[in-house]
Design a protein around this ligand. Structure first.
Ligand SMILES: [Zn+2]
Length: 110
């Protein structure tokens, strides 16, 4: 699903919004001032890849390079993939830990 960047004309605020359908764009209001006079910044469109996409592309038989670790979204992905391959269920508790690690919270706990 595409995420569009918008700029509010009256107040200049920039924000992004996940758009479900491209053919029927929703009315977008500025989250800062509530105005509806926003401009879509087409050049900033990017596609959000789901975790399942990342999981299916992840090859656990290959060594990971440094950039893998630098992407916080990959935190826990390796463990999840391995667990999936082994048919193990890590449960919702694991997801919580991963979410924490991704947001950086876990570092503060240590
Ligand atoms: Zn605004």
């Amino acid at each position: 699903m595409p995420i569009y960047e918008y700029e509010c004309k009256p107040c200049g605020a920039r924000f992004s919004k996940l758009v479900m359908t491209i053919s029927n764009p929703p009315q977008v209001d500025c989250p800062k001032c509530g105005g509806g006079e926003v401009e879509k910044l087409i050049s900033r469109v990017r596609y959000h890849r789901s975790e399942s996409d990342r999981l299916s592309e992840l090859d656990t038989s290959k060594p990971r390079d440094e950039s893998f670790y630098k992407d916080s979204r990959n935190v826990g992905l390796w463990a999840k993939k391995r667990a999936k391959d082994l048919g193990a269920d890590l449960g919702s508790e694991f997801d919580e830990v991963v979410d924490k690690a991704r947001s950086g919270e876990i570092l503060e706990d240590l």
